[in-house]
Design a protein. Sequence first.
Length: 348
Amino acid sequence: MKIIDLRSDTMTHPSPEMREAMYRAEVGDDCYGEDPTVNRLQELAADRLGKEAALFMPSGCMSNLAAVLAFCAPGEQLILGRSSDLFLFESGAPAVVGGIHPYPIINQPDGTLPLEEIERAIGGHQNKRGEGLHTALLCLENTNMLCGGVPLTPEYTATAATLARRYGVATHLDGERIFNAAVALGVDVKALTKEVDSVMFGLSKGLACPAGSVLCAAKATIAKARDYRKLLGGAMRQSGILAAAGIVALNAMIDRLAEDHRNARLLAEGLCEIPGLALTVAKIHTNIVLFDIEGKGLTRAEFTARLAEKGVKILDMGFCLRAVTHYGIAELDIKEALSVFRQVLESV
Ligand SMILES: Cc1ncc(COP(=O)(O)O)c(C=O)c1O
């Protein structure tokens, strides 16, 4: 049975070009800075995102954590979105590993954190003599998954980062899906990263690499992040095998994200026509579709299980259902998935 796996864009498999590049990758020991393929990926990523330097990381979680540790000392405050991956899904790492105090602000439906709340959070925990909790970092997420893959605009990102800088606070951008944002907004990715102090992006989601993430920032920040990568056990040896796929991703997998966005819209339009299904986030901006089942007497878990029996996998998020389009999912797969949704619901 063919499986149409829409649970996440992490379900992507490397393209034939990536597998070939991985097979042929020139490698060395990256702990000595001697893996030429890792070095090439880092230079390419830094250039593409408009930063001085970059560091290849095993995962997005580690990229975020290394950036947080590079900017925050123990006992300092990190402002972040209540719906952000870093706050909800990264094991509380800033607090657990770094002794860093997370201050969550509720994301607006467009993924933003209200500027006045950022400003209040920065100064709100000190007495008149400036004693108390000191804010060191603001973290934004673009695109924001729980807000339905909505992209933050260049204008919002620049305004928030400029506001933070005015108070001596750095800004880190969790850009796990930053290229989805750039493609959806029709802007150069640099427009989304220009004012932030650091940005990471994921290679293992829509860009279809088997693993990896890249953190980009000023040279001094990357030097610190390199130490934290070591501390966290993320320094790898001949990782050029993985970085080779990353180079293919940056050169060949970005423009095609528009196809994933078209497929997500097609999926959303189709499921709106199926009685019993409704979108949770009405506008589809990128590759994420959040929706729900109502009035059919089926729980989310039951619906998800019945779809899986027929070869269509979606994710039960606990408060809604999620389908994510990605490399390897074609328009025909979306049509097939919609027909399976319909069959399951017509049979109850
Ligand atoms: C927005 C965002 N940031 C960070 C991560 C963490 O990436 P990784 O799974 O590579 O650790 C994810 C993973 O889903 C994510 O969605």
